[in-house]
Design a protein around this ligand. Structure first.
Ligand code: ZN
Length: 407
């Protein structure tokens, strides 16, 4: 009786594993090959900094001072990346041309000098790291074409204090023609020209081109990657997927690729995955940050938290509350993970592409455990795991009672 049961169990396990390998073999291989970090890594990835009022410089200085007061076990302060948007449409000039010609303001104007100086000082102090986010947070021709038939966009252009965050979502994608929806891809020559122009402005402002790029709204394609890599980019920040278009409603079209930490791009850059979020003005709290890092640790993955300038340029009270919550989150992380490491995204990319990195887990047993957890939480395998019963078996095997999560 018992032996019959064991045989049945064995047949069930073998059949389920064969199904898993048959349907998801490529995914499982990718999950095994994705680098496993042996220590928790935390990076605060903040986007959209650039042209703005003088108060932005004051807020950046407060953020830098707060970060500099926090240290990990090896004495490193947390790094907040600054996704740079170094230009802004010059609305009054565009309107004065009768929407016939595009003009922009650049971050190298003297009035923006305090912002640039604060960014540079934060980089020197090791608390900021510059990332390439775009010359504008839009494709200029799309903005002008849409403004010709939109009073709302004409009002946006006329407002000297208008921020790119207030543009319609589809227009915030830089690497697309969104003058009509659904969007159309840009010509390769247009992309090459725009990337070269951006690289020149970034080099003029900061002495070099950032080695990390963050596509606006995570919409980009191979042509953009190749142009970035040619200009000096060696790492691309992604949400784990690549989007290449906008549908008729302006929403992101179905993603075209799944990306994992350490994968290589068409131009040879390393992808990193940023899929945790800390937007305090949208209700995210330190507790969620702690939970996310505990989970990422179990998966041997870094925790990259997406945040945006808009949290810190809000009304003074809300901006101060956002900064205080960031500090509480980071200090709480060090209490919970004394071995945690802060670093820039460029440094993380080096660890991901170097098999000899001291950050990488080498013990096969530990890697195997991480691998099984990754399978258990892989969305594309969820249905098969559920109906085969393998998911339940993995849960019983890997349940982590002290982590605050259950796989
Ligand atoms: Zn952005």
């Amino acid at each position: 009786m018992i032996s019959a049961f064991l045989i049945l169990l064995l047949v069930w396990v073998c059949a389920s594993l064969m199904l898993l390998l048959g349907f998801h073999g490529r995914t499982m291989r990718a999950l095994w090959l994705e680098p496993t970090l042996g220590l928790p890594v935390v990076i605060v990835e903040s986007d959209d900094w650039g042209v703005g009022p003088r108060s932005d410089a004051e807020m950046l200085a407060r953020i830098a001072a707060t970060l500099a007061g926090i240290r990990d076990a090896v004495g490193r302060a947390p790094v907040m990346t600054l996704g740079l948007v170094v230009g802004h449409p010059d609305g009054p000039a565009i309107l004065a041309s009768g929407l016939a010609r595009y003009s922009r303001r650049l971050l190298d104007e003297p009035s923006f000098a305090p912002i640039v100086a604060t960014m540079r000082a934060g980089c020197d102090a090791g608390v900021f790291a510059l990332q390439w986010h775009g010359l504008e947070h839009c494709w200029p021709d799309s903005l002008v074409a849409r403004a010709r038939r939109s009073d709302e966009l004409k009002r946006w252009l006329a407002d000297p204090e208008a921020r790119s965050e207030a543009l319609p979502s589809a227009l915030q994608s830089r690497w697309l023609d969104t003058s009509e929806l659904p969007s159309r891809p840009l010509e390769r020559s247009e992309i090459d020209g725009a990337v070269a122009e951006e690289a020149a402005v970034l080099a003029r402002l900061f002495g070099r081109v950032p080695s990390v790029a963050v596509p606006n709204t995570f919409v980009w394609n191979d042509d953009v990657e190749r142009a970035w890599c040619k200009a000096g980019v060696t790492c691309i920040v992604t949400p784990g997927r690549r989007f290449e278009g906008r549908d008729a409603s302006g929403a992101l079209a179905q993603f075209t690729r799944t990306l994992r930490n350490g994968d290589s791009s068409a131009g040879g850059a390393v992808y990193v995955v940023r899929d945790d979020y800390f937007e305090p003005n949208r209700g995210h709290r330190a507790e969620q940050v702690w939970q996310a890092v505990a989970k990422k640790r179990l998966l041997g993955r870094p925790a990259l938290f997406e945040t945006h300038r808009e949290n810190f340029i809000a009304a003074p009270e809300a901006a101060s509350a956002a900064l205080a919550e960031l500090e509480r989150a980071l200090r709480g992380l060090i209490e919970r993970h004394p071995d945690l490491r802060f670093m820039s995204t460029a440094e993380l990319a080096d660890h991901l592409s170097d098999p000899a990195s001291p950050m990488r887990e080498r013990v096969v047993g530990a890697r195997l455990q991480v691998f099984l957890r990754r399978i258990a939480l892989e969305a594309s395998c969820a249905r098969l795991l559920k109906y085969s019963g393998l998911g339940l078996a993995l849960r019983l095997l890997l349940w982590a009672p002290h982590s605050g999560i259950r796989v």
